[in-house]
Design a protein around this ligand. Structure first.
Ligand code: F6P
Length: 317
C-alpha cells in the first residue's frame, strides 16, 4: 500500500506527530508513505517528497507541519481530476491521508470521494470547530501556548496596576479557542463572536473590575466584532489605559502538548487501520474520548456554538 500525505489549509500542532505515527506504521508493515509539498495544489503538480525518517522523528513534537500546506482551491481547476489521476497512477499511490479543517472536510474530501479517490481526513485545526468532532487536533497545544502568556501579563498587571489587558486569540470564525483559553487562565471577561456584548455594559464592567482587582484581563477571539474599535473606545469610555496583545500565529506553531501527541497518534492509527481494512473514504473524528472512523460524507450538522454556560460563568452574566 502506498499513501500520499497531504496537508490542506491551515496547519496545526500535532500534524507532525500524526505524520510520524503513520509513516512509522507504514514502514513497520512494509507499506510506503510519501508527502506532498504545498497541499493539494502541490500534489497535482507532482511535488512529492520522501519523508526522511530521522527528520520526521526529530520534528514529531514541533508545531506547524513539515509538509507545507496551501489554501489554494486546486481541485476547482478544470484539469484537476485528470492531473490527480495521472500523478496517482504514475507514482503508484493507492490512497491519500489528508490533514485539514472544516473546509477540507466539506469541500475537498467529498470531491475526491466523487472521483473515486480513496481518502481519509484527520481534522486538524486549533479552532476546534469541526462539526461532529468533540475535539480537533492542535487545539490543546494552542491553548497551552496561551497559558504562560497570560501568566506573564498578570505579572506586569500586578506590578503596575490600573490597566486593562486585552489578549486576542486566533480561532476565527468561532469563539471556541478564546473560550477555552479564557476559562483555563481565569480571565475576567471573554469576548466571543457568537455572543456580542454592549460596549456600554463592557466598559462599565471593566471599570468595576479594575476598581476591585487593580487590573482586568480580557480574552477576545480575533473574530469578535471590531476588536480595533474596542481598543480605542474602551479607554475613552473608562478613562483606563488598555494594553493589547495578539497571540497570533505563534499559536499554530506551538509545541505539541501531551494531549495532542496522544490524539495525533490515535487518529493516525485509526486511519492506517482503515486503509488496511480497505475502507476507502472517511474522516477520523475524535468523539466521546476516542478516535473513530466516520465513513463516507462528513456530518451535515453544524458545530454547536461555544458552551454558553461556561461563557456566562466567566462573564458573570
Ligand atoms: O483556521 C485556523 C486559523 O489559524 C484561524 O484560527 C485563523 O483565523 C486562520 O487560520 C489564519 O489563517 P492564515 O494562516 O491563512 O492567516
Amino acid at each position: 500500500m502506498k499513501t500520499c500525505i497531504v496537508v490542506s489549509g491551515g496547519d496545526a500542532p500535532g500534524i507532525n506527530t500524526a505524520i510520524e505515527t503513520f509513516t512509522r506504521l507504514a514502514r513497520q508493515n512494509g507499506d510506503q508513505a510519501l508527502g506532498a509539498r504545498n497541499g493539494m495544489a502541490g500534489l497535482l503538480d507532482d511535488q512529492l517528497v520522501e519523508l526522511d525518517r530521522s527528520l520526521v522523528s526529530l520534528l514529531a513534537g514541533r508545531g506547524g507541519s513539515i509538509l507545507p500546506s496551501s489554501r489554494r482551491p486546486a481541485l476547482q481547476d478544470p484539469n484537476a481530476r485528470e492531473k490527480l489521476g495521472d500523478v496517482m497512477r504514475r507514482r503508484g499511490i493507492d490512497n491519500l491521508l489528508l490533514f485539514g479543517g472544516d473546509g477540507t472536510i466539506r469541500h475537498v474530501a467529498p470531491l475526491l470521494a466523487e472521483w473515486g479517490v480513496s481518502c481519509i481526513v484527520l481534522p486538524t485545526t486549533i479552532d476546534n470547530d469541526v462539526p461532529g468532532a468533540d475535539y480537533t487536533l492542535g487545539h490543546d497545544s494552542a491553548c497551552n501556548y496561551a497559558i504562560p502568556a497570560v501568566a506573564a501579563i498578570r505579572a506586569t498587571a500586578h506590578a503596575l496596576p490600573g490597566r486593562i489587558f486585552l489578549l486576542e486569540t486566533l480561532g476565527a470564525p468561532t469563539g471556541h479557542l478564546a473560550l477555552a483559553i479564557a476559562y483555563a487562565s481565569g480571565a475576567d471577561l471573554a469576548l466571543l463572536p457568537e455572543y456580542p456584548l454592549e460596549l456600554d455594559w463592557l466598559s462599565e464592567r471593566l471599570k468595576q473590575i479594575v476598581a476591585r482587582e487593580g487590573s482586568a484581563l480580557v480574552v477576545a477571539s480575533e473574530a469578535y466584532p471590531d476588536v480595533d474599535r474596542l481598543v480605542e473606545e474602551i479607554p475613552r469610555r473608562t478613562g483606563i489605559r488598555l494594553r493589547y496583545t495578539a497571540l497570533g500565529h505563534a499559536q499554530r506553531g506551538a509545541d505539541v502538548s501531551h494531549w495532542d501527541r496522544r490524539v495525533a497518534r490515535d487518529m493516525s492509527r485509526v486511519a492506517w487501520r482503515a486503509f488496511q481494512d480497505g475502507n476507502v473514504s472517511g474522516t477520523v473524528l475524535w468523539r466521546a474520548g476516542a478516535a473513530m472512523l466516520r465513513q463516507g460524507s462528513p456530518p451535515a450538522e453544524h458545530k454547536p456554538p461555544p458552551d454558553r454556560r461556561l461563557y456566562e460563568y466567566i462573564n458573570r452574566l
